[in-house]
Design a protein around this ligand. Structure first.
Ligand code: NDP
Length: 244
């Protein structure tokens, strides 16, 4: 039994890929989902689809790099449904490149979205969860939080940071569950912002063996559905045939 009925779950990066698949699966299982991302036309359509299948969903535009915007998103979810059970800090970007290419603006972007976005979600949600006496953060890291390779130095650094922030928060929390989701290669829009030609080819090769986003959504559902005294700390999900 995977019981997530009536749980209020705010999801960033919900306009595509893993966030979209998770929102749909959680809503199918009775959760009240609040979707956030920048592309509101995509969010609107996903929410419409969820509602037309009988699910409960809302959406709000959010740029996770903006602390006030993130705070407004989390408070929107709380005002809609009176509480927040789960914040899924999932938004991320991955413009891979060699360090020598000096794509310093892309480094900044990864740090801002992948690290500061997660911190902004925690800052917005932690006081609410502490006042409620419970809650759960699910933060999307990656297999890149466990190893680094050429072109992924900065991306991996951001995901190592997500891992460290999540585990530190876990250690400090008595009532709040903290889960790290670490996907292997998944076929999504991630990497569409790669500007480095060599890295584009590398990603195409990686994607020859890839999961679909629903594989990660099932892991998220599993982590949320555990009893409150069970904190699934990390789930790593790779394609069976993948060596990475
Ligand atoms: P997608 O590109 O499909 O989804 C990324 C999401 O992040 C989009 O919804 C995008 O929405 C959102 N996003 C990006 N920047 C911002 C921002 N500034 N503010 C708000 N939302 C933002 O990729 P995935 O589904 O694959 O990525 C989800 C997570 O999974 C990421 O953290 C990624 O690093 C991680 N991951 C993915 C893997 C893969 O192989 N796909 C492997 C390991 C980890 P919008 O543009 O509308 O704002």
């Amino acid at each position: 039994m995977l019981d997530v009925e009536n749980k209020v779950i705010a999801i960033t990066g919900a306009s595509s890929g893993i966030g979209e698949a998770s929102a749909k699966l959680l809503a199918q299982n009775g959760a009240k989902v609040v979707l956030g991302a920048r592309r509101t036309e995509k969010l609107e359509k996903i929410v419409k689809d969820i509602r037309s299948s009988g699910g409960i969903a809302e959406f709000k535009a959010v740029d996770v790099t903006d602390r006030q915007d993130m705070n407004a998103f989390i408070h929107f979810a709380k005002e809609k449904f009176d509480r927040i059970d789960v914040i899924f800090n999932n938004a991320g970007v991955m413009p891979l490149s060699l360090m020598s290419a000096l794509k310093v603006d892309e480094w900044d972007k990864m740090i801002n979205v992948n690290i500061n976005g997660v911190l902004n979600g925690i800052a917005a949600g932690l006081p609410i969860m502490e006042a409620q006496g419970g809650g759960q953060f699910i933060n999307t890291a990656s297999i890149a939080a466990h190893s680094v390779g050429p072109t992924s130095a900065v991306y991996s650094a951001t995901k190592y940071a997500v891992w460290a922030i999540s585990d530190g928060l876990r250690q400090e929390s008595k009532n709040i569950r903290v889960t790290i989701i670490s996907p292997g290669v998944v076929e999504t829009e991630l990497g569409s912002d790669i500007s480095d030609e060599a890295s584009k080819g590398f990603l195409q090769k990686l994607r020859k063996t890839a999961l679909t986003p629903d594989a990660i959504a099932r892991a998220v559902l599993y982590a949320v559905a555990q009893p409150e005294d069970v904190d699934v700390n990390e789930i790593i999900v790779r394609p069976t045939a993948s060596a990475f």
